[in-house]
Design a protein around this ligand. Structure first.
Ligand code: DGL
Length: 280
């Protein structure tokens, strides 16, 4: 069973989840965070559901073996395909498992006038988790979706509000003109492109789920008596490939260089640790 002293585990395919770490650091300054960026297998957004689920279970298994008190899935694609399975095991272990989709949906429902747009990776849009949850919460809602795969590369390249970013945003988002009053940024990379997206859709509320996800984590830890009350939290970063690129690119997502980093290998033991729990 988890204790207050353990870190919060957060993962993403690479650097995108650092936008969630940034919000967690602000909401929970006492907490230690153990982040895992699966940089050897990025991107998740173009892969099949079965592959994303397998990757997510392997990452979760590794974090759980190291010891965490909560698991934050800082990736919309992994939340789409793996959250339910991860929750089943998390519940057995007393570890709350929090994804980024439900908090984003709640934040959008709080501001929308009736038409919500969702943008994300191909996998996230194909999986339909946002549309299903939005419609389940409010059947009268109009929901429009679009995959914007190039946004991930633009965010990592740092081309976030120049002519190229604006042209790409205009092309992906032109079908939304005169449509949604609220747009969910359904990929943890997309907050970097906030200005370019806002320029393409003036007057539309843009919802970044990082802050609402952090609030959900605060509530979950507090309900289980797992909040750390004092001390200055630390953050450590595990990556499965190319530490230098992770640190350089991560700077733009986190606001400071993500360090210290540690290069790790995920193996079948990690997957087996998780899968065994699912089966039991
Ligand atoms: N950050 C991931 C997400 O939120 C997308 C990046 C990727 O395709 O791996 O879905």
């Amino acid at each position: 069973m988890p204790t207050q002293e353990l870190p919060i585990g957060v993962f993403d395919s690479g650097v995108g989840g650092l936008t969630v770490v940034r919000a967690l650091r602000e909401a929970l300054p006492n907490e230690d965070i153990l982040y895992l960026g699966d940089t050897a297998r990025v991107p998740y957004g173009t892969r099949s559901s079965a592959t994303v689920e397998r990757y997510a279970q392997r990452v979760a298994g590794h974090l759980v073996r190291r010891g965490i008190k909560a698991l934050v899935v800082g990736c919309n694609t992994a939340t789409t395909y793996a959250l339910d399975g991860l929750r089943t095991v998390g519940t057995q272990r007393g570890i709350p498992v929090i994804g980024v989709i439900e908090p984003g949906v709640d934040a959008a429902l709080a501001v929308t006038g009736g038409h919500v747009g969702v943008i994300g990776t191909e996998g996230t849009i194909r999986g339909g988790a946002y549309s299903n949850l939005l419609k389940a919460r409010n059947p009268d809602l109009t929901v429009s979706t679009a995959a914007c795969p190039l946004f991930v590369s633009l965010a990592e390249e740092g081309w976030v509000d120049d002519d190229i970013a604006r042209a790409v945003a205009a092309r992906y988002l032109s079908p939304f003109a005169g449509g949604p009053d609220t747009l969910i940024l359904g990929c943890t990379h997309y907050p970097l492109l906030f200005d370019a997206i806002a320029h393409a859709l003036p007057g539309v509320h843009l919802v970044d789920s990082a802050t609402s996800t952090a609030q959900t984590v605060v509530r979950a830890l507090s309900e289980q008596g797992l909040l750390k009350q004092q001390g200055v939290g630390t953050t450590r970063y595990l990556v499965t490939d190319n530490e230098r690129r992770f640190r350089d690119t991560g700077l733009r997502f986190l606001g400071t260089t993500p360090q210290p980093t540690e290069l790790i290998d995920l193996d079948d033991v990690d997957q087996a640790a998780w899968a065994a729990e699912v089966a039991s």
